[in-house]
Design a protein around this ligand. Structure first.
Ligand code: NAD
Length: 381
């Protein structure tokens, strides 16, 4: 079949869903690949690079949607893109079906099949297709780089002829995929790194990466906000109070906060309040990776960088993976290529959209004119 990637139409999006390398892998599955002219330009892949990898370069998004059987994108489809779909097409992209029921209705009307990369079940077998994780990993790393770029000092401590340089103190709040990546980047730059999560099972991971787990004077187990299945649930008021008290105590000594705390299906919990920002030293930096869902810091402004009256920089960007477009496109394109491997069991260029497969079923949100979201719970862990 023909898999094609258009130029992303969302403002500011630099990523692309097909790379020259992923196209070569798709060819091994028997698929032909195409891109819209200039689709990879902002991610560092020229039309020439694609042609050299055997990819057809077409002139317009219209041509691409007409000719491709499978359209692979990064961002959810725009109204214009939905209007180009039909019942013989499959679209693969981030889709966020729970937050966008009207978009789901619109694609249903086209009869196209939609595979939402954000709905790939987070089970071991599907890790290679887990685009939420591959993008969160990049976001966590980039958050630290962004913090370092806005921080007027070294991360690592040094003793130099010109004077002693103290190490930066970094606090990472939330140690999921993005948080662990941030801890890795922060410790490798030499900062003294602290981390906190409501899931106590991550303490060992945090410590094995050279960071210090922040314990609360709350309970021995510190499990209040932990949910089964590796996700968090809202904490009790007592636990929240203990958490905020601990953060308030740390605030004057912390130079950089990287916050990544999220609870599935809810607004981000506010964990870094205005008085904590007030207590931080001038020159300190907060990077709020939860900005998309309202922010973990009370003062975060989504998609903006602000500097408070007391000189604290607060970064609320929501496009960190897109800021590392070459790397994120490569990993995202690999996620899609792995999905295509599962969809092409005989490696003969024939797609078997097998709705009995937990992973494919879980990610498919529209199929044959029906909405297939939400999926039944997966059978395998
Ligand atoms: P997420 O983005 O939903 O949340 C980020 C982190 O914030 C989580 O670790 C959560 O516990 C934490 N958090 C929530 N409320 C908090 C609070 N009040 N204070 C401090 N921290 C708070 O999570 P994620 O990064 O998508 O991953 C969550 C889990 O899923 C992890 O255990 C991860 O290892 C697991 N996972 C498993 C797979 C797999 O294939 N098996 C794939 C991806 C993720």
């Amino acid at each position: 079949m023909k898999l094609g990637s258009p130029k992303e139409s969302a403002p500011g999006e630099r990523r692309v869903a097909l790379t020259p390398a992923s196209a070569k892998d798709l060819a091994k599955l028997g698929h032909e690949a195409m891109v819209e002219k200039g689709a990879g330009a902002l991610a560092g892949f020229s039309d020439e690079d694609y042609r050299a990898a055997g990819v057809e370069v077409v002139d317009s998004a219209d041509d691409l949607f007409r000719q491709a059987d499978i359209i692979a994108k990064v961002q959810p489809p725009s109204d214009e893109e939905i209007a180009r779909l039909s019942d013989d097409k499959t679209l693969v992209s981030f889709f966020y079906p729970a937050a966008n029921p009207e978009r789901l209705e619109a694609v249903k009307a086209t009869g196209a099949s939609i595979i939402a990369m954000d709905m790939v079940p987070r089970i071991s077998r599907a890790q290679k297709m887990d685009a939420l994780s591959s993008m969160a990993n990049i976001a966590g790393y980039r958050a630290v780089i962004e913090a370092a770029n806005n921080f007027g000092r070294f991360f690592t401590g040094q003793v130099t002829a010109a004077g002693k340089v103290p190490p930066a103190r970094v606090l990472v709040i939330g140690a999921g995929v993005a948080g662990l990546a941030a801890i890795g980047a922060s410790t490798s730059l030499g900062a003294i790194t602290y981390a906190f999560d409501v899931r106590p099972e991550v303490a060992e991971q945090i410590e094995s990466m050279g960071a210090e787990f922040v314990y609360l004077d709350f309970s021995e187990e510190q499990t209040d906000g932990a949910e089964t299945g590796g996700y968090a649930k809202p904490s009790s008021p007592e636990f929240q109070k203990a958490q905020l008290e601990k953060f308030r105590e740390l605030a004057p000594d912390i130079d950089i906060v990287i916050s990544t705390a999220l609870i599935p299906g809810r607004d981000a919990p506010v964990l870094w309040t205005a008085d904590m920002v007030e207590a931080m030293k001038p020159g300190s930096v907060i990077v709020d990776l939860a900005a998309e869902r309202g922010g973990n810091c009370e003062l975060t402004v989504k998609d903006e960088k602000i500097v408070t009256d007391n000189g604290v920089t607060i970064i609320g960007y929501t496009d960190f993976p897109s800021r590392m477009a070459t790397q994120s496109s490569s990993l995202y394109a690999n996620n899609i290529r792995h999905l295509m491997t599962d969809l092409t069991p005989d490696k003969d260029g024939v797609v078997n959209h097998n709705m009995d497969d937990d992973v494919i079923r879980g990610a498919t949100v529209a199929h044959k004119g029906e909405i297939t979201f939400p999926p039944p719970p997966p059978k395998v862990k």
